[in-house]
Write a protein of this length. Structure first.
Length: 383
């Protein structure tokens, strides 16, 4: 007999349906999972997106520091949002139109009045906290190195105060002062007692002082001598004081002088004379070194024993014991002369006549046998 065909059983039919169901269930689970993941992703994206719109900033105002989390975009919006009033002189650390960035610090500094006194003027200005130097620079007041500022330039100013600037000006001036000269008196045995003669005229010196004067706001507050310089030394005033006793009265018989005058006629002139000297020797001299031992730079150059200045046609040197000093004489051939000088070699009836020319004096030599008429202390008037 033939073999019968094999038929599917009922159990096999149920297996197919179960498989389909399981597939549907698994598919739905996958679908739901995908939707969940998608939802989570969207949520995370949204959180991330909105999170980037918030910025963390710091606001410092009126002594208070506040940490903020904001979505505002500009500084002005922060100021408005937190109702911060900005005065006309207040200072904001950032421009109002600046974009807000994470970590930004916005500082509002409140202005306050400060009185500044400088250059003779006082004014009130508004400023924010800072040191004195910054505030002065803000209002355009320049400070020189020597100026004084109260409070000091480095002092911190946080509230109303007075700032005072004192202008200090230092000036160096030169002043001239006379240096007094001293007077020196020296005894001179060649000068008659009671006589004085200026040997050297005094001259004041010159002292120059450099003085530093300090002015504060135009008022002199101090002065100090920096240097003293003697530009010209003073020159002493030297006076010779005579110690020589006055000449003795003429008692030498050879002079033939009398107390009363006698009249004589000489060269057509009638003269009153005290005496007549016969056989007088004449020599000549000058003021120079050859005759007196003095050069032109000597303080007594050209000065006679009686203190007069030598003059040709007037001055002669005599022996005071024969012809009194200061008396006039008449010398035959030479005319009137005055006894003003002495000489170590002029003794007795000798007369030394002054001439300006050294050559003439040398040529003059010695002349003998002259008659000299002794007149007296006054020169006679001759018609």
């Amino acid at each position: 007999m033939g073999q019968l065909p094999t038929q599917e059983t009922h159990e096999e039919s149920l297996s197919g349906i179960s498989y389909a169901w399981r597939w549907a269930v698994d598919y739905n689970r996958i679908f739901v999972s995908a939707l969940f993941i998608l939802a989570i992703t969207a949520l995370l994206f949204s959180i991330l997106y909105y999170g980037t719109q918030f910025k963390r900033i710091t606001l410092i105002a009126d002594g208070v520091t506040t940490e903020l989390l904001t979505t505002k975009s500009e500084v002005k919006e922060i100021i408005d949002a937190y109702q911060k009033t900005i005065g006309p002189y207040d200072v904001i650390s950032e421009p109002l139109d600046r974009k807000i960035t994470n970590g930004l610090t916005i500082k509002i500094e409140r202005a306050f009045p400060v009185t500044i006194t400088a250059d003779g003027n006082s004014s009130e200005v508004f400023t924010v906290p800072g040191n004195v130097s910054q505030i002065l620079a803000q209002v355009g007041i320049a400070i020189n190195e020597s100026d004084k500022v109260y409070p000091s330039l480095t002092s911190s100013i946080q509230s109303s105060v007075e700032i005072k600037v004192v202008r200090v000006n230092r000036v160096v001036e030169e002043t001239e002062h006379a240096l007094p000269y001293e007077t020196i008196k020296k005894e001179d045995e060649n000068l008659l007692k009671g006589k004085q003669q200026v040997v050297q005229s005094g001259k004041a010196g010159l002292l120059v002082k450099k003085v530093e004067k300090v002015y504060e706001d135009g008022v002199l507050v101090s002065e100090q001598i920096i240097t003293r310089t003697v530009e010209e030394k003073s020159k002493a005033h030297i006076v010779a004081i005579g110690t020589k006793p006055p000449p003795k009265p003429v008692t030498n018989a050879v002079a033939l002088l009398s107390a009363e005058s006698q009249e004589v006629t000489v060269g057509g002139m009638t003269l009153g004379v005290k005496g007549i000297l016969k056989n007088v020797s004449l020599t000549a001299y000058t003021a120079g070194f050859e005759s007196t031992g003095k050069n032109p730079d000597h303080p007594q150059y050209g000065i006679t024993f009686t203190g007069t200045t030598v003059m040709e046609g007037r001055t002669i040197a005599v022996d005071p014991d024969v012809i009194p000093l200061g008396w006039w004489v008449y010398i035959d051939g030479f005319g009137f002369r005055r006894a003003e000088d002495v000489g170590s070699a002029i003794k007795g009836k000798k007369i030394d006549i002054y001439f300006e020319s050294l050559a003439y004096a040398n040529k003059f030599g010695r002349k003998r046998g002259y008659t000299v008429y002794v007149i007296g202390p006054k020169k006679p008037a001759v018609n």
